[in-house]
Design a binder for this molecule. Sequence first.
Ligand code: PLP
Length: 377
Amino acid sequence: MSDAPRIPLARPVIGPEEEQAVLDVLRSGQLSLGPRLGEFERRFAARIGVPHGSAVSSGTAGLHLALRAVGVERGAGDREVVTSPFSFIATANSVLYEEATPVFVDVDPDTLNVSADAVASAVTSRTVALLPVHIFGYPAEIAGMERHGLPIVEDAAEALGAVHADGTPVGGHGHPTMYAFYANKQMTTGEGGMVTTADPAIKARIDSERNQGRAPDMQWLDHDRLGFNYRMSDIACALGIAQLGRLDDMLASRAQVAAWYREALAGLVDRTGVELLCEDRGGARRSWFVFVVRVPRGVDRDATISRLAERGIQTRPYLPAIHLFAFYRERLGFREGQFPVAEDAAARGLSLPFFPGMTQDQVATVVAELTAVLTGD
Ligand SMILES: *Cc1c(COP(=O)(O)O)cnc(C)c1O
C-alpha cells in the first residue's frame, strides 16, 4: 500500500497563473502585509456579495476570531454555542478555545446539516451564539436560525460557491462566515482562511486580533488588545487571487464529476442500498466539495476502504462524529447513541476520489472497483 494510488483522493488545480503570482510576490520583496492582502480580501468579499473580508492563516483561525468577534470569549458563566456534531473537529474546537461549551444537536438525515428547528430546540438562556456548518457544501437553513436574534457564525469551509434557496450565496446573509483554503477545498492557498462579514466592526476586530492586537492606524509595536498571529502571507494571498480567477471553472468541473458519479452509481444504489448525498431541493444549490457515499447497512466500511486501497483507489472515512472523539467524551461526557443520525453517517461515510479535472474514465474506474468490492462482480 506504499504504492501511489492509481486515483488520488483529491488534487489541487495549480497552473502557470499561480506560479507567476507567487513568483511576483517573491521578487517584490514584500512577503507579508503587502498589497495582495487587501486585494484578495476585496475580491473575495465581492464574490460573496458582502462588504468585508479578513484573510487569516487557516479556517480554524478564522472561526476562532469570528467567534471572539461576536462575543464568545473566555469569561464568567456558562456560555453555550449550538453547533453540529457532524463536522470537522475544528468547528467545535474553536468553541473550546474560548472555554465555551459546544452544544450539539443531531443532523437532518437528508442534508446532514443541523436544521433550524433542531437549533431552536437547543437554544437556552446560556446560548451566546449559533455555529451552523454547511457540511459537504450543502447550504444550512441560515434564514430560519435568524429568528433567535443570537449572533451566528457560519462554518462555510466546505461551501464556497453554494447558494441558499433564497438565491443568496452562502455567506451572503452577512453573518461572519468562515471559508477555508487547505489544499483539498474548492480553492486553495496551501493553508489559509477568510472571514466575510457585513459588519465593519467585526472586520476591524478580526484584522486587529489576527495581527497581535494592533489597530490599523498604530505603529508596529503598539498593541491595544490581546491578539494572535493568524496572518496570511502575501504569497498565500497571491495564490488565492489566482485561484479566484479560476474558481468558476473549478466549481463547474466538480459539479460535472459529481454528475458523472451519480449517473455511474445509479445501478449500484438500486442493487445494494449504497446511499448518495441528497439532491438539491427548494432552490438550494450544493457546492460540490467531496463525493461521499454511505455504504449499505451491515457492510464493513473500513474493510471496504482497505479493499479499495488494494485496488489502487484511495478513499477515506468521512467524517467522524466529533462527540465520539475520546477527548470530547472525557471532557464533556458524550457517549454513543446521543446523536444517532450523525453517528450513522459517520460510521457508513466513505469519501471517494474527487477533484476538478477528474475524467469520466477515472469515475468509471472508481465505480467499477466499488461495485466489485460491494457485490463481488
Ligand atoms: C477544513 C474545515 C475546517 C478547518 O479549516 P482549516 O483551514 O483546515 O483550519 C473547518 N470546518 C470544516 C467543516 C472544514 O471542512
